[in-house]
Design a protein around this ligand. Structure first.
Ligand code: NAD
Ligand code: SER
Length: 316
């Protein structure tokens, strides 16, 4: 059967890029964008769009039936820093929103679901280097707790109801098309804009905070690779570890100096520093490599060069 895809949270950092690739691959009329927020011009004009609140199950069911949807990409969530400010809203959106989708799959003929988890499901007890797929998971942030609960629900629905649910534990994502939406790794996007505007940036994380990160083109590629892999090759129904690169703010600042003469970075850690204490420094993604051929294309120098090329000649 032809894919008929609904992307929920299509106006966000990932959605606004992923949807362009999905429309290019499957045809614009087969990929419906939805969000509570109107998307940018490219997404709005490029195909169907619906204003949809994931917490409104009736509205969700009517969009599923209107377009005869059979696949869902659920991207709506509150990210780590915002979730810490609004814990109840984060639990509601991140967990109840997911349950709304999962519970409507079987009655509405939804065969396949993509839902992203995060490196935030790991916690203080987790080994920090080359963090394994299965290890201690004791998240101590609202966001991490909600994502770990989400992983368990994905595996449960996949086993109990036979829904083909697939998921990735995205690292911090870096992109130039859309602003990041309230995460702790957002510094790695803001720094580029400030470098171009002011040749200076004050980072809200400590200079030596190494975290797993990924450039958006790799994140989009990984998502499509996973979703197009044969079902028999998917051995993990909670969420796959995936890795791109790992760096600290001082490593990124050093790389940026090669492109922006006189750039300086200062460090003034705030509450977001605490959120990273349980998060890994690097990720073992050998199962993703083995199961569906994952391989990142961008390292720190390549990503930095590409960001500047696009920001200088594109939006800024
Ligand atoms: P984002 O905040 O940029 O976008 C989320 C979108 O969801 C927004 O456009 C927002 O308007 C929409 N939304 C909020 N409430 C909604 C509701 N009730 N109904 C429908 N839409 C609603 O987030 P993102 O960075 O694009 O992240 C997408 C997913 O990837 C999230 O699940 C996030 O946890 C996960 N993730 C992101 C990163 C990252 O670095 N960006 C890393 C790991 C995991
Ligand atoms: N990039 C995300 C955040 O910082 C991690 O999932 O919230």
């Amino acid at each position: 059967m032809k894919e008929k895809i609904l992307v929920i949270g299509a106006s966000g950092q990932i959605g606004s890029e992923l949807i362009l690739k999905l429309r290019a691959n499957y045809g614009s009329e087969y990929v419906i964008a939805s969000d509570i927020k109107v998307p940018d011009y490219e997404v709005m004009e490029g195909g169907p769009f619906e204003l949809l609140d994931i917490l409104n199950k009736t509205q969700l069911e009517s969009v599923l039936s209107k377009y005869e949807i059979n696949q869902i990409y659920l991207l709506a969530a509150l990210l780590s820093a915002t979730a810490e400010k609004y814990p109840e809203a984060a639990w509601k959106l991140n967990v109840e929103g997911l349950l709304n989708v999962l519970s409507l799959c079987k009655p509405n003929g939804i065969e396949k679901v993509f839902w992203p988890s995060s490196i935030a499901i790991f916690g203080p007890g987790t080994p920090k280097e080359n963090t394994p797929q299965n290890t201690i998971m004791d998240p101590d942030t609202v966001y991490g707790i909600s994502k770990l609960a989400g992983e368990r629900w994905c595996e449960y629905y996949s086993r109990k109801e036979g829904i083909d649910i697939r998921s990735l534990r995205y690292p911090g994502l870096i992109s130039y098309k859309s602003s990041p939406g309230g995460g702790t790794t957002d510094y790695a996007v803001h720094i580029f804009y400030e470098a171009l505007k002011h040749r200076a940036y004050e980072c809200f994380l400590r200079e030596d905070t190494v975290l797993p990160m990924m450039y958006m083109p790799d994140a989009v590629t990984a998502t499509i690779l996973l979703m197009e892999a044969e079902s028999k090759n998917i051995s993990i129904r909670s969420s796959y570890n995936i890795s791109g690169m790992s760096f600290a703010p001082k490593d990124l600042a050093h790389e940026i100096k090669k492109h922006v003469t006189g750039f300086t970075c200062t460090y003034k850690p705030d509450i977001r520093q605490e959120l990273t204490t349980g998060w890994p420094k690097s990720i073992d993604d050998s199962i993703a490599k083995q199961d569906w051929g994952w391989k990142p294309a961008y390292d720190l120098p390549l990503m930095t060069k590409d960001m500047f090329e696009n920001l200088r000649f594109g939006k800024i």
